[in-house]
Design a protein around this ligand. Structure first.
Ligand code: ADP
Ligand code: ADP
Length: 228
């Protein structure tokens, strides 16, 4: 469902080769970690799936469609099939938990009735049914990340992209977030997660794509690649 074909990315300003000859495939329902040191190219790779960046060379197919050729006006529609979770949660501080999740449904023009039904359901699923009327700053970091996961899944995306989702959380809270992502993956959603968190990668025993200097140096199921 996701296929990178001979992707190169050179940043114009610095002429830095951030990704070099990346070819890889991610199937429906996969759970994939993208690991590697700072500067290895993880964010660049993720930004290409989100179509925030285009490769300098190569093609990226999502569901058999080459998104490098996607017209600008079709990008918002394309992004609807993706859910995104960031390290810093990116919640709207002047909206409640309920409103933060509802907003994601409003901007894609769902009916009020559907929103009123779906938002409590998704908040229950992430374990925050009792926090709907709270504001983000009244929640712990782990709870805020759960809100952001609820927001990411509320429109039933096929793919969820997580960029260091546990980067600001303690190990115990991180474990809870990983259990939640694992259960979402169990419902058939493809999850791609960039992370530095060796313990989590070792624990999950999922597919691990290791980048080093913009190249894939390892791609296998198991733990964190000790070469890196
Ligand atoms: P990671 O997410 O693994 O830390 P990045 O994808 O952010 O790595 O960066 C890969 C390489 O590309 C790094 O060497 C970084 O300095 C460079 N890079 C990232 N963003 C830019 C940019 N906007 N302009 C120039 N170089 C960049
Ligand atoms: P942590 O245990 O991660 O440090 P906190 O101590 O910030 O988390 O919060 C513990 C619980 O108290 C959380 O469930 C949060 O929702 C609730 N809470 C925190 N601050 C407030 C507040 N200002 N008003 C209401 N509830 C709050």
């Amino acid at each position: 469902m996701i296929r990178f074909e001979n992707i190169n990315k050179i940043y114009d300003k610095t002429q830095h080769l951030a990704l070099s000859d990346i070819t890889l495939e991610i199937a429906h329902g996969d759970f994939v970690f993208v690991v590697g040191k700072s500067g290895a190219g993880k964010s660049t790779l993720i930004k290409m799936i989100l179509k925030e960046l285009d490769p300098t060379e190569g093609k990226i197919y999502i569901e058999n469609r080459d998104i490098t050729r996607l017209k600008k006006r079709h990008i918002p529609m394309y992004r609807r099939q993706l859910g995104v979770v960031f390290q810093d949660y990116r919640l709207l501080s002047d909206k409640t938990v309920y409103e933060n999740v509802a907003y994601a449904m409003e901007i894609v023009e769902n009916k009020t009735k559907d929103i009123q039904e779906k938002v409590p359901e998704v908040l229950q699923l992430v374990g925050l049914g009792h926090r709907m009327r709270y504001y983000p700053d009244q929640l712990s970091g782990g709870e805020q990340q759960r809100v952001s996961i609820a927001r990411a899944i509320v429109n039933d995306p096929k793919i969820i992209i997580c960029d260091e989702p546990t980067g600001n959380l303690d190990p115990r809270t991180s474990l809870g977030i990983m259990k939640l992502l694992h259960s979402i993956n169990g419902r058939g959603t493809t999850i791609i997660m960039a992370t530095h968190d060796r313990d989590i990668v070792d624990m999950m025993q999922a597919r691990v794509i290791t980048l080093h200097g913009g190249r894939v140096v390892s791609d296998k199921k198991g733990g964190y690649d000790n070469e890196d």
